[in-house]
Design a protein around this ligand. Structure first.
Ligand SMILES: [Zn+2]
Length: 75
């Protein structure tokens, strides 16, 4: 492999794009795909991990919190 002169060579970890279709933002968190699907049922089945950007991670936290509340209400 030849080092790419246009990029700093010490930067090996490129952030994966957010898995939510149409987003593609830099991921800040990785969830298990099954966990992410609790808030985003439309996610593609690719791999077992789901990278999420900051905004979608927030949305996931909100979404799973709501579903926990609903579960407590017996629905
Ligand atoms: Zn996103």
């Amino acid at each position: 492999m030849t080092p790419d002169p246009t990029r700093p060579s010490h930067r090996t970890a490129t952030p994966e794009p957010c898995i939510v279709p149409g987003c593609g933002g830099d991921s800040v968190r990785h969830l298990a795909l099954s966990e992410a699907k609790r808030a985003f049922p439309l996610l593609p089945d690719q791999g077992r991990r789901a990278p999420l950007c900051r905004a979608h991670y927030k949305q996931w936290k909100k979404g799973t919190k709501e579903s926990r509340d609903l579960a407590r209400l017996g629905r």
